[in-house]
Ligand binder design. Sequence first.
Ligand code: GZL
Length: 346
Amino acid sequence: MKTFLTMKQLGAGLLGRGGRWLALAACGLFLASCGEEPAKTPGGAAAEAGGGAKKKQIVVGFSQIGAESGWRTANTESIQSEAKKRGIKLLFSDAQGKQENQINALRSFIAQGVDVIAFSPVIVSGWEPVLQEIKKAGIPVVLTDRAVDAKDDTLYATFIGSDFIEEGHRAGEWLAKATGGKAVIAELVGTPGAAPAIDRKKGFEEVLAKNPGMKIIKSQSGDFNRTKGKEVMEAFLKSPEAKQITALYAHNDDMALGAIQAIEEAGLKPGKDIVVVSIDGVRGAFQAMADGKLNCTVECNPLIGPQLFDAVEALLAKKTLPKRTGVMESVYEQSQAKEALPNRKY
Ligand code: GZL
């Protein structure tokens, strides 16, 4: 099992669309593989050494997208359990996938005078006004998981999350290797306008541009959820092009698992008649690989609770953070599934 975080990412920088990412400062990179906790920030230690003076409880407002996938559930659990472990008061809001609910929650955090605001933006656009209001209130912002398209990068202190373009590259490269560069592909896209959907598509298509024998003939959003992934795959398999499809690229495991059901119900063998590659690395994907129905999952680590609260504590200790903090991730295929399954933390 190879663990990725190439020297390119460590050193030069992670440039996604339009240079939105900023250079990744290797020194500031908090490496958190699944569940390992990075060392506490010196500020935390110094604060503890402050002669035991009673510290005011830190209050963090967190706006979560929703509970659309196994990945999201694990992400929420990591954040809530880490806050509890550190004695941090977490005001947690679930937006049920709606940007307006997130914006309302962020405004309520301002009104409650929290110490830090953190959120996972459901889509990349439409955040500047509320981020300006938060900046005016003097509250630092940590973006987790997904990024925003903001020209003014002083509107947030740091972004903690994966490089989705790289994940798209890894999925495409794996498929090119597995099929000898010959595949007629159906694609299940994530939530329209979401950073992972935009960038996973971009990364995958960059690989296809180097492999003329691979092409996408069907592409539609399954909104990162299993039910919709199944419905869209059913429609693909009823379309005139159905018989041409030799591979499925799903932007997350939940949509892939729904599609696998649809492939079986259509009398085909997922993992054989249609090669399936997806992203996240949730436990259900490892089970599907062990059952021979999924061929590859590109890990996208949701367990960023420790990194989030390291960043919170560093910000409150007036430390500067890199604009982007990466996470450790790998690529898994069927041959590794059985052995890896018992150790999966999400
Ligand atoms: C990725 C995350 C995506 C996951 C999906 O960081 O934003 O959203 O890939 C989740 O499973 O719904």
